[in-house]
Design a protein around this ligand. Structure first.
Ligand code: SF4
Length: 224
């Protein structure tokens, strides 16, 4: 991409962010939590599951399990039962217990606040680490890429990449650093309400004018 093209893209991204901030002034992390540890657990549970379902499960879970030790006091079966409805509960149980063990063994029971350390925890990949760093610690280490962020970034022409880490690399180049945490929340809100996977509502979209995939322009329904 040439310099001029990149500058134009950065300007378009700024406009998209400005318009979406106006449309969703309360956009924020939708996983309920009251500390970094709860957000880490909620984010592990949110893999292949809706945030809504995770919040239903954590409403009880966080009353029963308050610190890493609590997840190791019960049997694996009991924890599996407590998180069953979030799906993939056997793997998630392993990740949570492994993470709890590592937090106790290596970090005095606290959640570390660096990307490198978070990535060492079992079941924690870049997306989870970015969610925790950005939303629990206010550290702008990267941009969260989930299914909504990936879909909208393609439709808006912000990346051609398919792999989340490559998409993130492209977004880091064009999204102003001060907006790295809010940007995915804006994409997620817009993706849920308007730019839906199957049938985006381009005629109601506040960023339609700056979107190259709008069916009002192309005459074709944008793909996912
Ligand atoms: S114009 Fe359509 S495809 Fe583009 S962001 Fe809006 S809803 Fe999505």
């Amino acid at each position: 991409m040439g310099e001029k093209e990149k500058t134009d893209l950065k300007d378009r991204v700024k406009k998209i962010i400005r318009l979406l901030k106006r449309a969703y002034p309360n956009a924020q992390c939708s996983l309920n939590h009251s500390n970094p540890f709860e957000l880490l657990i909620a984010t592990i549970l949110s893999a292949q599951c809706t945030d809504q379902r995770v919040n239903i499960v954590t409403a009880d879970l966080f009353r029963k399990y308050r610190k890493p030790e609590d997840y190791l006091k019960v049997s694996e079966k009991e924890l599996q039962k407590d998180i069953r409805t979030t799906g993939f509960f056997r793997n998630k149980t392993k990740s949570i217990r492994g993470t709890a063990k590592a937090l106790i063994g290596d970090y005095g029971g606290e959640v570390p606040d660096s990307m490198a350390e978070l990535l060492e925890l079992p079941g924690v990949a870049r997306k989870t680490a970015n969610v925790v760093l950005g939303n629990a610690f206010g550290i702008k280490a990267g941009v969260v890429v989930d299914t909504h962020v990936a879909r909208l970034s393609h439709r808006l022409g912000l990346t051609q990449e398919k792999h989340p880490e490559k998409i993130e690399r492209d977004l880091i180049e064009i999204v102003p650093r001060k907006d790295w945490v809010i940007f995915p929340h804006l994409m997620i809100y817009h993706g849920r309400k308007v730019c839906k996977a199957r049938s985006p509502l381009c005629e109601e979209c506040v960023i339609e004018k700056v979107c190259p995939s709008s069916y009002l322009k192309t005459g074709e329904m944008p793909g996912s």
